[in-house]
Design a protein. Structure first.
Ligand SMILES: C[S@@+](CC[C@H](N)C(=O)[O-])C[C@H]1O[C@@H](n2cnc3c(N)ncnc32)[C@H](O)[C@@H]1O
Length: 281
């Protein structure tokens, strides 16, 4: 059971910290996600949990509640097509544009347990040997501390490696550790993970050549999506690429972006003439 005022408190907390909109009617979700936390914290009920939260502005418990209400669904090479477009168009174009500086800056925002940035790292290692001597920076960020612990560990269960990971890459880049699979250090070392809410201050990020914000903003309202996309534009190099989830778009939200590509292989770039932050590109 969740009292109305307690649900409202939780709604406000997750909206403020992570922009996640917990619609009325989603009380069951709060109950199922927070019950384990109530028990772990040695509390008797959800209302006791909310009472404990109300005592302070911010605490580890606040973070854990936000964490528990994130949805972390992800797979390797999710949706296939975006990775095809990275292979056939986006990365070749970036390589051509960056051949003098020999650097690539890539950001996977809302990276969950790491499958997205690690898929990218494997794609680069497998298909672009010319990048072996480039400085490749892939950063994965997420609001969930628990997901970042998992991402950094690079350990995945059998069900997880069965989801989207081609068998030859499992054989080549993973070792069995008990009942789990550990991703090889060659790939793990290509990705740096960092805690960051898209709602909070953003770390000092370099200008990015490629930004992936996939299946993260589906939980945000339109005003928040607009705000986040505006900030993404600020960190995107003039030639930069943005990839969203297959059901997501910038259309009618931020018209400074333009969609390119056909069918399911689309990506976004800033329209010519839209303002650009100066700096390394
Ligand atoms: C559904 S997963 C998507 C993972 C991956 N991008 C993909 O497409 O497979 C969404 C991730 O976004 C994170 N997230 C949600 N709200 C966030 C916010 N405000 N700031 C940063 N990450 C957020 C969640 O913790 C979760 O791990």
């Amino acid at each position: 059971m969740l009292a109305e005022q307690d649900f409202r408190y939780i709604q406000d907390l997750v909206r403020e910290r992570a922009a996640i909109v917990l619609e009325p009617g989603k009380e069951y979700l709060a109950v199922t996600r927070l019950d384990p936390l109530v028990r772990r914290a040695g509390l008797g009920s959800l209302s006791e949990l909310v009472a404990a939260l109300r005592e302070e502005q911010t605490s580890a418990l606040h973070e854990e509640v936000v964490d528990a209400l994130t949805t972390n669904e992800t797979t390797w090479f999710r949706d296939v097509y975006p990775f095809e477009s990275l292979r056939s168009h986006v990365l070749p174009d970036l390589i051509e544009r960056k051949r003098l500086s020999r650097t690539l800056f890539i950001w996977s925002a809302g990276c969950s347990s790491g499958q997205e940035p690690y898929s990218l790292a494997m794609l680069i290692r497998e298909d672009f040997p010319e990048l072996d001597h480039w400085q490749i920076s892939i950063v994965g960020t997420d609001v969930s501390a628990a997901m970042l612990v998992r991402a950094r560990a690079g350990l995945y269960g059998q069900i997880e490696v069965n989801r989207g990971l081609p068998a030859h890459l499992l054989v080549k880049y993973f070792h069995r550790v008990g009942v789990r699979w550990e991703l090889d250090g060659r790939i793990r070392s290509m990705v740096r993970f960092q805690r960051q809410s898209l709602m909070g201050p953003w770390a000092n990020l370099p200008l990015m050549d490629l930004v992936l914000v996939r299946n993260v903003m589906i939980y945000f309202d339109t005003a928040t999506k607009r705000q986040v996309l505006g900030r993404v534009r600020d960190v995107l190099a003039p030639h930069g690429y943005l990839l969203l989830g297959s059901a997501e778009t910038t259309l009618h939200i931020d018209d400074a972006f333009q969609r390119h590509g056909v069918g399911p292989t689309g990506w976004y770039r800033r329209k010519q003439g839209s303002p650009v932050r100066t700096g390394q590109g």
